[in-house]
Write a protein that binds this ligand. Structure first.
Ligand code: ZN
Ligand code: ZN
Length: 428
């Protein structure tokens, strides 16, 4: 292959009037919102799922929990600071403890006074933070293997499935599966070991659904990307590269995680998903990509730990992986300045200069807005963007600032391909 990696600018210094500048308040944005499972693992000082398993099973090396109670306590401790004045339990006067908001059971206060002062802000999110507090416990069922739930083959064509309601209408067994989870042994273990009463079954079913929807929203984003670019999985096998894959998406990942694509496109010619990112966690999906197309009607996942342009250079260019039909990324956080220059810029230039169909999701309209500005500065040809009808239904709390409005995984998307046509560029 004669092609080579697009050259990087020798020194990429953002202009002062660009969106990188402090003038637009760019630096003051939250760089990204890590999923709570990542927060939890990092607060428990664990690198990955394997360490988590070792700790739970009481094996040597690193943290050991003596029981589930201790584990859940440790998880909850990471949320214990005064939402009013940020005071930590260690900095309280002798004999004083943080008190939890009785409505959401999510945020803490050092004194009644701090709570009272904070209420005007907190009351706007208290109700939704109650859901977040339930979800962060129920999410544990992802670690135990109870979740994700099995789903059914699509009875409608993908173009007729436009939103969650359409998807739900094809899942006759879902209500039963959700109930099976609420009455499962692990759900019982969970509520026996946490310091709060068990919510009613309806509340728990909804929580399980929210967690399931977060998982599915990633797979459906890939399906949407395939459709947006008019790719036909019945015509030939497809290769999807997932770029900037995080800790979150690969912790405990299973080779079956993208099987919903086979429900979406039953009888397809084969779909290969290669997950690439510096935070890829070791596990069963960390295996070489396919060099020839894999089995028909199946989804094959592999993962590579590293930056995408390195993967391209070390693997794709050497013929050890196929070129992608489409590239998908979740919440890249382009607007985190350092992240862009050090991590994303070479990838974005590669995607642009190789004219690769690309589809990225964002946490919020704000993140989309800033990402669009960055992509336009790079003269990307943006094809489409907007709210994602298959956004995760699970609210994500900005952990350090619980009163910020929660965001949702994959809530918005942008798709782009190649360079902006010259006639669309402004006159100098
Ligand atoms: Zn306080
Ligand atoms: Zn509250």
């Amino acid at each position: 292959m004669a092609s080579k990696i697009p050259a990087l600018p020798q020194s990429y210094t953002p202009r002062t009037d660009s969106v990188f500048s402090d003038l637009s308040g760019f630096y003051s944005l939250d760089s990204n919102v890590p999923g709570l499972s990542k927060v939890i693992l990092s607060q428990l000082s664990m690198k990955d799922y394997r360490e988590y398993r070792a700790a739970v099973e009481g094996k040597a090396g690193g943290v050991v929990f003596h029981n589930y109670k201790e584990m859940f306590q440790k998880m909850e401790e990471t949320f214990k600071f005064c939402t009013g004045c940020n005071k930590l339990p260690a900095n309280l006067p002798e004999g004083q403890t943080l008190k939890r908001c009785v409505k959401c059971l999510n945020v803490y206060y050092c004194t009644k006074d701090c709570q009272k002062k904070d209420w005007p802000q907190h009351k706007k999110v208290c109700k939704i933070l109650r859901l977040v507090a339930v979800d962060r416990l129920v999410e544990w069922l992802m670690f135990t293997g109870d979740l994700p739930l099995a789903t059914e083959k699509w009875s409608k064509t993908p173009s007729d499935v436009r939103c969650w309601d359409d998807w739900l209408s094809m899942q006759e067994g879902l209500t039963q599966s959700l109930s099976n989870i609420t009455s499962s042994a692990n759900m019982t273990t969970l509520w026996k070991n946490v310091s709060r009463t068990r919510p009613d079954d309806d509340e728990l079913r909804q929580s399980v659904w929210r967690i399931q929807s977060e998982f599915l929203s990633r797979v459906l984003a890939v399906g949407m990307a395939i459709q947006h670019f008019g790719l036909d999985p019945y015509d030939k096998p497809l290769i999807v590269h997932l770029v900037g894959v995080s800790h979150n998406e690969t912790t405990g990942a299973r080779p079956t995680d993208y099987d919903e694509l086979s429900n979406m496109f039953p009888g397809h010619q084969g779909i290969e998903v290669v997950m690439v990112g510096p935070e890829v966690v070791d596990g069963p999906i960390v295996r070489p990509p396919l060099t020839a197309f894999g089995p028909k009607h199946k989804v094959y996942i592999s993962a590579y730990k590293g930056l995408y342009h390195q993967f391209w250079e070390d693997v794709v260019e050497k013929g050890d992986a196929g070129k992608p039909d489409v590239v998908v990324g979740f919440h890249p956080g382009f607007h985190a300045n350092q992240g862009l220059v050090e991590g994303w810029l070479p990838t974005l230039l590669l995607l642009r200069d190789y004219n690769i169909p690309s589809f990225f999701t964002m946490y919020s309209e704000m993140e989309l807005k800033y990402s669009l500005q960055i992509l336009l500065e790079l003269e990307m040809h943006i094809r489409d963007s907007g709210p994602n009808p298959f956004a995760s239904q699970k609210p994500e709390q900005v952990q350090a600032c619980p009163n910020k409005p929660p965001v949702y995984c994959n809530s918005h998307y942008v798709c782009f391909q190649g360079l902006l046509p010259q006639e669309d560029l402004e006159e100098p």
